[in-house]
Design a protein around this ligand. Structure first.
Ligand code: FES
Length: 319
């Protein structure tokens, strides 16, 4: 089924749910033991088998728009240096000097053509290539061509930069992102306006993720923001492989009864909204007021998670 037909079906279900006082149901209820969120061994398996093996969101294109722009961050204990190249592509490098392991760049962001290690001044290009070994005669060996920064597989599309935190991985990132990426790419977030970000620190990463999977909490937790315009606990679910699409019915969804069933997909944010989730660490909520792209960064243990909320809008904000 193509995407538009899928969305037509989902919106049709939302209309029925609002009328019938229902929501999408699973075949049965599921009880999840608390240990799934707290067990250090479970968490370690998730980090090794998911977060360090599969593509995860590491940056928005807006964060490094110009050639030479860079961003650093710690992702699951791996220090990253994400650089915009002269040809417009993005590179995701390990922010660690290949001489003695010094942190190469300590600033969170900036613009540089070269990076000089603060310990013995080896110099690297923004492409990660070792450009210069200081005092090379007395050092004894010119390591250029042999000691470039570690580079991680990455893919940039639709304003999002994904990487696999395993330099040897042969994962086909685009294939993994699949139809969900095609859907998100149609939004062209890269052409939208970057509004800002904030960081929320919380409990286990799945506790954070769970909050994006249901609208059961709208009335109690968001009585003055989401609840006045969106029905509480009325959802429609579909999946693209491991990625998920969750539809939410707005209070004005009734206007869509006048719309042909095969054109409902054209009315996002006018009667319904979608949350799009890239497994495992991205939630994108395209709302009428603002679009929120949440990037979940687990750790350093099972009881901690940082969520970076990035905000973009299709028109330039007035203030
Ligand atoms: S640790 Fe970087 S140059 Fe020595």
């Amino acid at each position: 089924m193509d995407r538009h037909a899928l969305y037509n079906q989902m919106v049709g279900r939302l209309l029925d749910h609002v009328e019938g006082g229902t929501t999408d149901y699973a075949a049965d209820t599921l009880r999840v033991p608390a240990a799934s969120y707290t067990d250090p061994q479970v968490w370690q398996r998730e980090m090794d088998g998911i977060f360090k093996s599969l593509p995860i969101l590491v940056a928005l294109s807006h964060e490094i728009p110009e050639s030479g722009d860079f961003k650093t961050l710690d992702m699951l204990g791996t220090p990253l240096l994400i650089c915009r190249q002269a040809d417009g592509s993005a590179k995701v490098l390990m922010n660690v000097c290949t001489h003695r392991g010094m942190t190469l760049e300590s600033r969170p962001c900036g613009n540089k053509k070269t990076f000089s290690c603060p310990y013995h001044a080896w110099t690297y290009g923004a492409d990660g290539k070792l450009r210069g070994v200081s005092d090379v005669v007395k050092f004894g060996e010119d390591c250029r061509g042999d000691r470039d920064l570690v580079s991680f597989p990455c893919h940039e599309e639709g304003g999002l930069i994904f990487a696999v935190l395993d330099a040897q991985s042969d994962c086909d990132i685009r294939a993994f992102l699949g139809e969900m990426m095609s859907d998100v790419a149609e939004k062209h977030f890269e052409d939208w306006h970057y509004v800002g970000q904030r960081v929320i620190h919380g409990a286990n990463w799945k506790v954070a993720l769970d909050g994006y999977l249901e609208g059961y909490h709208f009335q109690a937790a968001h009585p003055e923001t989401i609840a006045p315009r969106t029905y509480t606990n009325v959802m429609a679910y579909e999946a693209y492989g491991p990625h998920m699409l969750v539809g939410y019915a707005s209070k004005d969804i009734g206007q869509l009864r006048e719309v042909a069933a095969d054109e409902l997909w054209q009315h996002e944010n006018n009667g319904y909204d979608f949350i799009r989730l890239f497994f495992p660490n991205v939630s994108i909520f395209v709302a009428p007021e603002i679009t929120q792209i949440a990037q979940l960064i687990p750790g350093p243990g099972p009881h901690e998670n940082s969520t970076v909320l990035q905000f973009v809008h299709h028109t330039k904000p007035v203030d």
